[in-house]
Design a protein around this ligand. Structure first.
Ligand SMILES: NC(=O)c1ccc[n+]([C@@H]2O[C@H](COP(=O)([O-])OP(=O)(O)OC[C@H]3O[C@@H](n4cnc5c(N)ncnc54)[C@H](OP(=O)(O)O)[C@@H]3O)[C@@H](O)[C@H]2O)c1
Length: 262
């Protein structure tokens, strides 16, 4: 994908944080938007603001990705509106920072539904249309937590490891057919994520959602299979190559135990 101008992007989790930043950044670059999340009010406000500031078309479809059929309903709504997705930003997601047993199994099922199942379904729905056009782009939002096992954030980081591996595997299958696929790995980013995750990020550096969105779009346009946001996060991503797997678990365990139980 050489340019995103005049394309149509579907952004999940567009009502706040990184998704909202993607909406602004893509609108700035002349991309028509399809915004989705559960918060109808926030999405409509955002759509009105973007449509008045930029010459792009913005469509809102609300939906709860915890419901297994939402991705299919969303795809049908998009087709019925005569739209087609050139660029998919699979961004909706949430995490929990907690001792594994302190969260209910329902919470983990929900996390897997939104972070993994909905993302896989949306890729499966839009890829055939992109292949027909011989062009398309997908950014799947993973995390730096995807790069190693994370005790005390076990299920969330494992869900993001799935996103990273799945996206890179899709890149291996479809990039040669004209589809750009980037797994985006932000580190700690100032959004609504921390309060939902009950994440104690005191003392941790943080990036802005705007930086994450910009780096994600640049990486896609450069045909990168993955992008780690921020220089420090990139440097730290080499640690698992130098330490044994057990040593890496111990490093993260020490850090995160202090954050969750400290
Ligand atoms: N912030 C960080 O430090 C960080 C770091 C690495 C990766 N990430 C990833 O970045 C992505 C975006 O998160 P964020 O940081 O921007 O957090 P955020 O501000 O909490 O945004 C999360 C978005 O996901 C949507 N969402 C959550 N559950 C949903 C559901 N059941 N159905 C539909 N939409 C749902 C939310 O919309 P509604 O509530 O309106 O539905 C919201 O728009 C997530 O995948 C997150 O895991 C974040």
């Amino acid at each position: 994908m050489k340019t995103v101008k005049n394309k149509t992007a579907l952004i999940t989790g567009a009502s706040s944080g990184i998704g909202e930043a993607f909406a602004y950044e893509l609108a700035k670059q002349g991309v028509n938007l399809i915004l989705t999340a559960r918060s109808e009010g926030k999405l409509n406000l955002l759509a009105n603001k973007i449509s008045s500031d930029y010459k792009v078309k913005v469509t809102v479809f609300t939906g709860d990705l915890l419901q297994k059929d939402t991705p299919f309903k969303l795809y049908d709504q998009i087709k019925q509106a005569g739209l087609s997705v050139d660029l998919l930003i699979n961004n909706a997601g949430f995490g929990k920072w907690a001792n594994f047993l302190d969260e209910s199994i329902q919470q983990y099922e929900d996390m897997i539904e939104v972070n993994i199942n909905a993302l896989v379904k949306l890729c499966h729905l839009v890829l055939p249309d992109m292949l027909k056009k011989g062009e398309g782009g997908i950014i799947n939002v993973a995390s730096t937590g995807a790069l190693q096992p994370c005790p005390y954030v076990a299920a969330y980081c494992a869900s993001k490891s799935f996103v990273l591996n799945f996206s890179e595997a899709l890149y291996g299958e479809y990039n040669k057919k004209g589809i750009a696929i980037t797994a985006l790995c932000p580190g700690n980013t100032t959004t609504g994520f921390q309060s939902i995750a009950k994440a104690n990020t005191n003392g941790m550096s943080a990036d802005t959602p705007e930086l994450v969105a910009k780096q994600g779009i640049n990486a896609l346009l450069k045909n990168r299979s993955f992008k780690i946001v921020g220089v420090m996060n990139y440097a730290q991503s080499f640690l698992p190559r130098f330490l044994t797997r057990k040593a890496m678990i111990n490093v993260v365990s020490g850090m995160m135990n202090g954050k969750v139980n400290g």
